[in-house]
Design a protein around this ligand. Structure first.
Ligand SMILES: [Fe+2]
Length: 339
């Protein structure tokens, strides 16, 4: 590692929990992530144990793309691990990525969960689902289209339409039905809201539990997280998860994924880390740690996640969804969804 890079890494690690130390014989790899370092540590330790490659982690809750961009050609970043196609696409748009050229990735990660040009790859998957009141919702199946049905008037709770999770869902609706129909749908959903969009996904379960609404919309992994949190268990207990589908498709999914940094100083090790994350052992371990679905087929699903039922993931390529990101954001403003 050059001195400049070493200094840049030291500066970047000012907020990092794991400071870089001497590289092992197999070298190192610098991982920037929004994931909590403590959460992913066992996974990275397993990688180091298997490969001898040391992982230096820089974790932050925001601004990593900007930081990598500012660091420029001297950026120590090798891999950025983040969640949601919206953020992966932002990284590509920021010009901080390069294609991951790997037959292992091409084989392990289904084509709809990676960038056609290789700039990002999903490593695990979450679904955007319905948190339905156990007491008040009788049905066990639903379509996303049906959320606009007036029978749900005053009964739906959801976070901001501008949040990336909802942005992707609305973008998927545009990809499925075109802008005009999607807008009509979004107006219908808006008309059914019990209250102004607010909070995060867990707060929608909280509000279902409190009787403020019958259905909330949220991501799958929050349910086991709530079940395991003494303060939130009551919210989780009040809901049942329904895996909705599009009328002509499956359940809307998104990924947590990786990009290979444009100026990765340890490119070969970076590719090794990415390939390792898509391997059987890591797929199961990572998905278990974060309560997500493995992207690779044939990997065991965590029992708490499996309990939601059989996921029939929509096959719409995430890149196609991402291409409607801006249209979705404009539509949310146009219909005054958050007002
Ligand atoms: Fe989340």
């Amino acid at each position: 590692m050059s001195k400049t890079r070493m200094l840049a890494l030291a500066a970047a690690s000012a907020v990092a929990i794991c400071l870089p130390t001497l590289a092992s014989a197999q070298g190192e790899v610098n991982l920037y992530t929004y994931r909590e370092q403590k959460l992913i540590e066992p996974l990275l330790d397993a990688f180091t144990k298997e490969t001898g490659i040391k992982v230096n982690v820089v974790s932050a809750s925001s601004g990593l793309e900007q930081r990598i961009r500012t660091e420029g050609a001297n950026s120590p970043a090798d891999v950025l691990l983040t969640v949601d196609i919206g953020r992966l696409e932002d990284a590509v748009q920021a010009g901080i990525t390069q294609p991951i050229k790997s037959e292992i990735i091409d084989k392990a990660v289904p084509v709809q969960y990676r960038d056609p040009e290789g700039h990002w790859a999903g490593v695990s998957m979450r679904a955007r689902v319905i948190y339905a009141s156990r007491d008040r919702v009788k049905q066990d199946a639903i379509t996303y289209e049906e959320l606009a049905d007036p029978k749900w008037k005053g009964k739906i709770c959801i976070r901001s339409g501008q949040h990336i999770y909802n942005n992707a869902l609305i973008a998927a609706m545009i990809a499925k039905h075109g802008e005009a129909k999607a807008e009509e749908w979004l107006r219908g959903v808006k008309a059914n809201l019990a209250q102004k969009p607010s909070g995060g996904d867990r707060e929608q379960a909280r509000d279902v539990a409190a009787g403020k609404c019958d259905i909330g919309i949220g991501n799958t992994y929050y349910v086991p997280l709530m079940q395991n949190n003494p303060k939130q268990k009551e919210w989780a207990d009040a809901i049942k998860v329904i895996l909705p589908t599009f009328k002509d498709g499956g359940t809307h999914v998104n990924v947590s994924g990786v990009v290979l940094a444009k100026h990765a100083p340890n490119k070969a090790n970076a590719v090794k880390l990415i390939e390792w994350l898509a391997g059987n052992g890591a797929q199961e371990m990572y998905a278990n740690m974060v309560f997500e679905y493995p992207v690779k087929s044939g990997i065991a699903i965590n029992p708490a996640v499996k309990a939601f039922g059989d996921l029939k993931a929509d096959t719409l390529p995430l890149a196609k969804i991402a291409s409607n990101k801006k249209a979705a954001a404009n539509m949310v403003d146009k219909v005054g969804f958050d007002n």
